[in-house]
Design a protein around this ligand. Structure first.
Ligand code: KG4
Ligand code: ZN
Length: 324
């Protein structure tokens, strides 16, 4: 079964054709990232205009790369939220037009669940239940996943998302946007014990808070201009990743789960992968991360999860709108 996926929740205009939920025939992405850099974050209006200008090319490009005509798809899956409202509506409108004109089923897909799915687009996927973690620019969430559409929220951030914390610290250090990849790279050359930054789970729950450590980094930089950026990056990164790893382990233990699945832009982080691999060996659980090209926003994860939902009987009406 061939599903066309469309993703426009943030700054990536993306379309993909996926066969039977796992076999990626095309994965086309046009990003407006370079147009946001000078603002230090995504500007919704710029992102939306980019989607409007490029959605047609991206969808056609994905069909062309997959070597199929649009009439050959079995359904169209689209991200309906969460994300930027104008950005989401561009993809949703395009998917509705395809669904209506070709009489193909429309399937709405949750962006965060799709991030989790990106790690299990493999033949040997873990059995349910598993613990799912989304670590991205907009979200930091832990789920108990009992089915492709059965996600119980176990933990969330009470303020900034983890990716947002990386991006803000990067801005403080003058390292540009997005901050994750550059901090990941610089941290490798720094000492994680150089500075004592603290970051703890909220009141012993599975919730996260990252705004305090961001402010601590700001005060530190203002007070001690001469410390190596590599050491600040390593010390900040170690503290935030440690709390994510700790809450993830707590969730696995609390629900007696043996599989852990992570997705989202920050799941590309090399230090986090290292930490979790060590934990998985030591505690004996299975670990699933997406391939690096599926960590950030893409439409393959949307088409893939769309297929699973379709098989479960999901069918979305043409009057859906964006869930922000
Ligand atoms: O999932 P994503 O592409 O977009 C959202 O849905 O938000 O995530 C983007 C976030 C940015 O905050 C970026 O700084 C972060 O992912 N990121 C990383 C790394 N690569 C991207 N954070 C830490 N380490 C990385 N290697
Ligand atoms: Zn995302």
């Amino acid at each position: 079964m061939l599903i066309l996926g469309i993703e426009t929740s943030c700054d990536e205009t993306a379309a993909s054709v996926v066969k039977d939920g796992v076999n990626i025939l095309s994965n086309v992405i046009s990003s407006s990232l370079s147009r946001h850099k000078k603002f230090g974050g995504v500007v919704p209006e710029i992102a939306t205009r980019h989607h409007a200008e490029n959605i047609d090319k991206v969808v056609n490009g994905s069909l062309h790369k997959a070597g199929i005509g649009i009439e050959e798809i079995d359904a169209v899956a689209v991200t309906d939220g969460p994300g930027l409202v104008g950005a989401l509506l561009t993809g949703i409108s395009c998917a509705k037009a395809i669904s209506y004109s070709l009489k193909k089923p429309l399937i709405a897909v949750d962006h965060l669940k799709a991030h989790v799915y990106s790690a299990i687009m493999v033949k040997n996927a873990p059995r349910f239940p598993f613990v799912g973690l989304v670590i991205s620019g907009g979200h930091t969430r832990l789920y108990l996943v009992e089915g492709f559409n059965e996600f119980e929220l176990l933990g969330d951030t009470v303020d900034d998302a983890i990716g947002e914390a990386y991006d803000k610290v990067s801005k403080i250090l003058g390292l540009g946007y997005p901050g994750g990849p550059v901090i990941d790279a610089l941290a490798k050359k720094g000492n994680p014990n150089a500075i004592k930054f603290t970051c703890k789970a909220v009141n012993g729950t599975l919730d996260f808070s990252f705004s305090g450590i961001k402010t601590a980094v700001l005060y530190y930089v203002q007070g001690q201009g001469k410390t190596k950026k590599e050491d600040i990056c390593a010390s900040f990164q170690e503290a935030v990743l440690k709390v994510i790893a700790e809450n993830s382990i707590k969730a696995l233990e609390k629900y007696k789960i043996k599989s852990f699945v992570a997705g989202g832009g920050v799941s590309a982080n090399s230090r986090f992968r290292e930490m979790m691999q060590r934990e998985a060996r030591y505690r004996d659980f299975e670990l699933y991360f997406p391939p690096l090209d599926l960590c950030s926003d893409n439409a393959s994860m949307v088409a893939g999860l769309g297929y699973r939902l379709f098989k479960l009987g999901a069918k979305t009406a043409l009057d859906i709108t964006a869930r922000v």
